[in-house]
Design a protein. Structure first.
Length: 213
């Protein structure tokens, strides 16, 4: 029987703490990362979290709602940092964005791979529709602040292209998390916490020496 037929909304406010909601988001993230969207059922998430399926209906309404909330929860820490940053204020925003991205994604190393996988689905596929919706909400802020920083006087080394600097920053941020595992294995690279920490330091030096003035 389909999930939508199995679950009924629990009457009244559930007695479980907000920890139940966080647990559901956590286990949903693990399952959506590990398996295609259509393979993940509400029952699987509820069983992994050790709660009644009615809790999913209460907090998220349905699988799409759970998926969207999980995405927003994962991206929220980075969005808040960028939202509070001011381009051209002396603390280079490019370094702030890079550092925060690594800090957030190191907790969910395969999350960017999930985003990439969803964006390769047909345009009307539910997970792609949800991902694009959230990206369209977040990207104007991120792009606007990064490009404002790149255009600020004295930020870039003389003769450095703002457009290519933006693209280089995206590569430094995203590639370690979406690179094909078999390709990394061929090069003897393991993406663990120590590697990411050292890579972040290296990439910061790279930006300072090659792009930032």
């Amino acid at each position: 029987m389909a999930d939508s037929e199995d679950v009924t909304r629990a009457p009244g406010r559930p007695q479980e703490s907000i920890q139940v909601r966080d647990d559901l988001i956590h286990h949903a993230r693990l399952l959506f990362i590990a398996q295609p969207y259509e393979k993940v059922s509400l029952r699987m998430v509820a069983n992994a979290a050790g709660v009644n399926m009615a809790m999913i209906r209460y907090y998220f309404n349905n699988k799409a709602g759970l998926f969207e909330t999980m995405l927003r929860d994962s991206l929220s820490p980075m969005h808040k940092v960028i939202e509070g940053a001011t381009p051209g204020n002396g603390e280079n925003l490019l370094l702030l964005v890079l550092t925060n991205f690594y800090q957030v994604m190191s907790k969910h190393k395969n999350f960017p791979r999930l985003i990439s996988r969803c964006m390769q689905l047909p345009k009307d596929a539910p997970p792609r529709v949800i991902v694009e919706k959230i990206m369209l909400e977040h990207m104007p802020l991120v792009q606007g602040k990064i490009k404002a920083e790149l255009d600020s006087d004295g930020v870039l080394q003389q003769g450095t292209s703002a457009q290519f600097s933006y693209f280089s920053l995206l590569n430094l941020m995203v590639f370690p998390f979406v690179a094909p595992p078999e390709m990394l294995k061929l090069h003897g690279i393991t993406i663990d916490d120590d590697f990411l920490s050292n890579l972040l330091e290296h990439n910061i030096r790279l930006l300072k020496q090659g792009i930032i003035n």
